[in-house]
Design a protein around this ligand. Sequence first.
Ligand code: UDX
Length: 464
Amino acid sequence: MAVIALKCPDIEVAVVDISVPRITAWNSDQLPIYEPGLDEVVKQRRGKNLFFSTDVEKHVCEADIVFVSVNTPTKTRGLGAGKAADLTYWESAARMIADVSKSDKIVVEKSTVPVKTAEAIEKILTHNSKGINFQILSNPEFLAEGTAIQDLFNPDRVLIGGRETPGGEKAIKALKDVYANWVPEENIITTNLWSAELSKLAANAFLAQRISSVNAMSALCEATGANVSQVAYAVGKDTRIGPKFLNASVGFGGSCFQKDILNLVYICECNGLPEVAEYWKQVIKINDYQKTRFVNRVVASMFNTVSNKKIAILGFAFKKDTGDTRETPAIDVCKGLLGDKALLSIYDPQVTEDQIQRDLSMKKFDWDHPLHLQPMSPTTVKQVGVVWDAYEATKDAHGVCILTEWDEFKNLDFQKIYDNMQKPAFVFDGRNVVDSEKLREIGFIVYSIGKPLDAWLKDMPALV
Ligand code: UDX
């Protein structure tokens, strides 16, 4: 919305939320999320044509176009628990819009929702409309965190889905005109409602599938002596495949990939397509396998036990340049190490201690077998320390696990780190960011995902 305000000075944008602290933060110097470039955009337009307010009903009543970007988490109980999207917030937003509206409105789905949600929303709006005309559009967002502003400035495409009726087409045009202020017309795609909704789920499923594919290859590379970076480069040179999004890693995280694939799986099952559901489920299973494989490698390398050993965790966010920890692979890796009684010292440049402790003590929902696992006991929480410096985290540690690809980790003084660690000193690079040869020269035993193994690691085979 800040970018729309920047690119369309004639449009007044009001961002509303019922949370007072959140809106207060958006109106302050300290924005509630870290996103490169966002500060400048907000500061340029705030108070001019960009406003943040808790007066939800007033602004919805006045608006011509309402974008709905409420949370659509995976359901944790009831029908479809563990897979289906929870649309409670969407439904109450729709009822509120119907309630307060006094003029015709275009209602835009921005949250990722299951296919055919628009139909349900349309029913709620029209059954409560008091004669007002509502047009529903689906306008999924493809930005990635950490590069959100650049992605919005130069989107590969903008997708707008709507009803194939004169009213629907008019609404599509109105929204297209907003984006046309800065997006070339040929990059604005218009489709029917269901295609737009499904395209978002499909895009995230395809992206996640690429990562699970390269991660599956990484296991085979380690077993055979191939190098996953060389394989990915060679594969990506085929223009039909392309070079992007082929970095092997400890696993993908983030608020979208797992949630959207689970949703896709549920939709397939509900439509009587179990084979298709099973196919997409494998993408998540390989992701879980990759995280488990990493933990097993750490434990196996260190004489099959990390009990009471200090392990430094460098990076906790699900990717660099964000403080977001939703579904970050670091949660499962840390829990795996804590399960083997390791003592963790965690450093991430953007994630607070509170957030880390909350993430590690939260119940994990088992998507495949819906049952609640136990939260961590107080003793387990004591096994975790959070520090504000990579050197502090690694001091006296037996091993270092790099779980987020923050740029600063490439330039650490690894000689200094080595000198202050227990020996043998291990580095487990879950993001392939460090120069492993240089580290080996210093004396480290280095594990890099999908790369030929050190003699040490070959001698300590992990059950992977
Ligand atoms: C994703 C989609 O990219 C975006 O289009 C959609 O709107 C929301 O979901 P995001 O979750 O912000 O965006 O991050 P993304 O850059 O896609 O990374 C997701 C995860 O995959 C991260 O944990 C990242 O580290 C991992 N990843 C990405 C890899 O492991 N290897 C890669 O090659 C790329």
